[in-house]
Design a protein around this ligand. Structure first.
Ligand SMILES: [Zn+2]
Length: 237
C-alpha cells in the first residue's frame, strides 16, 4: 500500500478545490439548461408567439440565476461564519492554554504518522511560526487565508446558471417558427451530453451512466412541460 506523500496532499488540496469549483459551475449550467428548456418548450406547446417565448424564457433565466446566487450566498455565508467562529475559539484557546494546545498539535501530528519526538519538534516549530494557521490546517482542516467569499460563490452560481439558460432561450427565439422546437430540443440534449460527461469526469465517475441519466432527466423535463403547455394551449387558457 502506498501512502500519499506530503506533496501529493498539498497538490491534492489545491487541485481538489479547483475541481469542486469547476464541478459546481458545470452543475449550475446544467440547471440553467434544464429549467429554462422546460419553460420555453412548455410555452412553445401553448403558443408560437415569439414575445411570449422570450418573456417567459428571460423571466425563467433571471429567476433561476438569482435564486441560485441567493442560495449560494446564504450557504457559503453560513459556512464562513462557522469557520470564523472556530478560528476565534482556536485563537482564544491558544492564548489561554498554550501548553495544552501544543500537546494537542503534537498528538494530531503523531496520528498522521510522525514519531513522538519529531511530532513535538514539528509542533514547536509550527507554533513559533504561526500557531493559529497550524491549528486551523491540522486540527480544523481549513486554511484561514483561503476562506470562500460568499459574493464570489454567488456570482459564480449566477454566471453558471445564466450561461446554461441562454442556450435554450436563444435556440427557441432565434430560428424561424418551424425550426424552434427541433433546434431547441436537439441543442439541449447535445449540451446535456456534454455537461453530464464533464461532471462525471470531474467527479472521477463513469461517464456513460451519468450522460444517460442527465439526458433522460432533461428529455423528461421538456416532455412534461411540452405536454402541459399543449394541453393548456388547446384548452385556450
Ligand atoms: Zn487547537
Amino acid at each position: 500500500m502506498t501512502e500519499p506523500t506530503h506533496d501529493d496532499e498539498a497538490h491534492g488540496g489545491a487541485l481538489g478545490s479547483r475541481l469542486n469549483w469547476l464541478r459546481a459551475a458545470v452543475l449550475g449550467a446544467n440547471d440553467g439548461i434544464v429549467s429554462t428548456a422546460g419553460i420555453v418548450v412548455g410555452v412553445a406547446g401553448a403558443t408560437a408567439d415569439r414575445n411570449a417565448l422570450l418573456t417567459a424564457g428571460l423571466a425563467g433565466l433571471l429567476a433561476g440565476s438569482m435564486s441560485m446566487a441567493a442560495g449560494e450566498y446564504v450557504s457559503v455565508s453560513t459556512q464562513r461564519d462557522s469557520e470564523l467562529a472556530a478560528l476565534a475559539q482556536e485563537k482564544r484557546e491558544l492564548k489561554e492554554q498554550p501548553e495544552a494546545e501544543l500537546e494537542e498539535l503534537t498528538e494530531l501530528l503523531e496520528r498522521r504518522g510522525l514519531s513522538r519526538d519529531v511530532a513535538r519538534e514539528a509542533a514547536v516549530q509550527l507554533t513559533e511560526r504561526d500557531a493559529l494557521k497550524a491549528h486551523a490546517r491540522v486540527e480544523l482542516g481549513i486554511d484561514p487565508d483561503e476562506l470562500t467569499n460568499p459574493w464570489h460563490a454567488a456570482l459564480a452560481s449566477f454566471l453558471a446558471f445564466t450561461v446554461g439558460a441562454l442556450l435554450p432561450l436563444l435556440a427557441m427565439v432565434l430560428p424561424p417558427s418551424g425550426w424552434r422546437l427541433p433546434v431547441t430540443v436537439g441543442s439541449v440534449l447535445a449540451a446535456l451530453v456534454l455537461t453530464g460527461w464533464a461532471s462525471a469526469r470531474l467527479g472521477a465517475a463513469a461517464a456513460g451512466p451519468a450522460v444517460l441519466r442527465n439526458v433522460l432527466g432533461g428529455a423528461l423535463a421538456m416532455g412534461v412541460t411540452y405536454a402541459a403547455g399543449t394541453l393548456l394551449g388547446a384548452a385556450g387558457v
